[in-house]
Design a protein around this ligand. Structure first.
Ligand SMILES: [Zn+2]
Length: 160
């Protein structure tokens, strides 16, 4: 995710600061949110729910984000929870936002659906999906052009 969005996230949710409260060095500390910008609001939704949960309980926020990434098309949020009793509730929140990511275009954040792009699963809206297909077509066309050049060159050499 782009850095400006990550900074905004940490500004609004200080407990999301990478490397702030961990003894170990997790992927989140190194890479931040490993997904495209369209899921910014999904991540904010997760952060808001967690913040409200601890506020309701009158407790300081006791979770550490270990990794946020895209896997098999959906967002995955991995956390450490200080109090084991909080774990089921936190898990519910994570499931809720993983489910939300299945309906949110990872690229632009509008309504999307899971798409299969040559075996690669990604949640995309119609526009982003068309754009990706065109991009793939253009790549294929260039590849075909290169292959044709190579074939022609080989034929030319064989004719000698
Ligand atoms: Zn989109």
């Amino acid at each position: 995710m782009n850095l400006e969005l990550e900074y905004q996230l940490v500004k609004d949710f200080p407990w999301m600061k990478p490397g702030d409260s961990v003894e170990t060095y997790e992927p989140y500390d190194a890479y931040g949110c490993e997904c495209a910008d369209g899921w910014y609001e999904v991540i904010r939704g997760f952060c808001t729910d967690v913040t409200n949960l601890y506020k309701e309980k009158g407790l300081p926020i006791g979770i550490t984000v270990m990794q946020i990434k895209e896997k098999f098309g959906l967002i995955r949020i991995y956390v450490n929870v200080d109090d084991p009793e909080m774990y089921p509730v936190i898990n519910k929140i994570i499931e809720k936002w993983e489910e939300a990511s299945s309906r949110t275009c990872e690229l632009c954040g509008t309504d999307g659906a899971i798409c299969n792009k040559n075996g690669w699963l990604q949640v995309l809206c119609t526009d982003c999906s068309i754009e990706q297909d065109q991009w793939a077509k253009e790549l294929n066309r260039k590849r075909e052009e290169e292959l044709a050049k190579i074939r022609a060159e080989k034929e030319r050499l064989n004719e000698r």
